[in-house]
Design a protein around this ligand. Structure first.
Ligand SMILES: O=C(O)CCC(=O)C(=O)O
Length: 275
């Protein structure tokens, strides 16, 4: 059974080794990534949202299955948690985006709670980059972190991931028996992974445990992000956010090194609305 490399974020880390593991295996786990006080604030901020939110999605067909009918997915989180805004500015998390997508050249693709409930079946394995099937290329177009807000166990739905599948040929090749493992990790850990690695939410075989992950990826600035933050985060809220988060959520425009500018307001940077 393959395994992901593990690092201890509570101690000094060799970040070069982290990125080597990212590139070789397509993913790795950093335990103790989130310090206990910040973890406690995230859990407290999100607890009322989680209890008020129903499981399942309202879109018919494939997406209902893909999203899971016993899974709660909750978006629009910058409205509800300063702790989440703080985590969005974490320099280690930023380094993943800067390194693989280019500094300042990406959006937050989505920042959603994925709460896998008792009895949920395994999610279809996939590559995140297939959100944009016409845009895939050798370089990364999306990279993601799943922050564990509860322990992730084999029983409660720890992410299934096939280490090394970021190098496999084909659009979505089948995962041979024994080629995938589970990203089991204690609360406070981060699974960092490539948009090319094959993975999916695991089955939750428990009777009463919810697996709560904060699934937060970046995508290149010339791609349309999965979550529409401009319709869920008000301009008033955006004005109070750190500049990096304003940019990540699309309240500032995208200026590629070559080519035009994207996401403009009145043919100027959207930031002019922020005052
Ligand atoms: O929740 C997880 O462990 C993975 C979910 C995922 O990959 C997705 O919904 O795209």
């Amino acid at each position: 059974m393959p395994e992901l490399s593990r690092f201890d974020g509570g101690a000094p880390i060799d970040w070069d080794a982290v990125w080597r593991a990212f590139e070789a295996d397509g993913g790795l786990i950093v335990e103790r990534f989130i310090a206990p006080p910040l973890l406690a604030r995230l859990q407290a901020d999100f607890a009322p949202l989680i209890s008020a939110h129903p499981p399942g999605s309202t879109t018919e067909g494939l997406w209902t299955t893909f999203h899971g009918d016993r899974t709660k997915r909750i978006t629009g989180l910058p409205n509800h948690s300063d702790a989440w805004v703080e985590l969005l500015c974490d320099p280690r998390y930023q380094e993943m985006g800067d390194r693989y997508l280019g500094a300042g050249d990406y959006w937050l693709n989505t920042g959603q709670l994925i709460c896998i409930g008792p009895g949920e079946s395994p999610q279809m394995l996939h590559r995140d980059e297939l959100n944009w099937p016409h845009a895939t290329r050798e370089e990364e177009i999306t990279v993601t972190a799943i922050f564990a807000l509860t322990d992730f166990t084999e029983e409660n739905g720890a992410t299934v991931i096939a280490p090394g599948s970021n190098h496999w040929d084909g659009v979505l090749p089948p995962v041979p028996e024994g080629a995938a493992c589970r990203a089991t990790m204690p609360a406070g850990s981060a699974l960092l992974y490539s948009g090319k690695v094959i993975h999916g939410g695991g089955a939750n075989t428990t009777r009463d445990q919810w697996r709560v992950g904060l699934h937060a990826g970046f995508c290149r600035g010339w791609l349309r992000a999965e979550e529409n933050f401009q319709l869920t985060v008000s301009l008033e809220t955006a004005k109070r956010l750190p500049e990096r988060v304003q940019h990540l959520l699309g309240f500032r425009s995208y200026h590629p090194e070559f080519g035009g500018r994207l996401g403009l307001v009145d043919y100027d940077d959207a930031a002019r609305l922020l005052g």
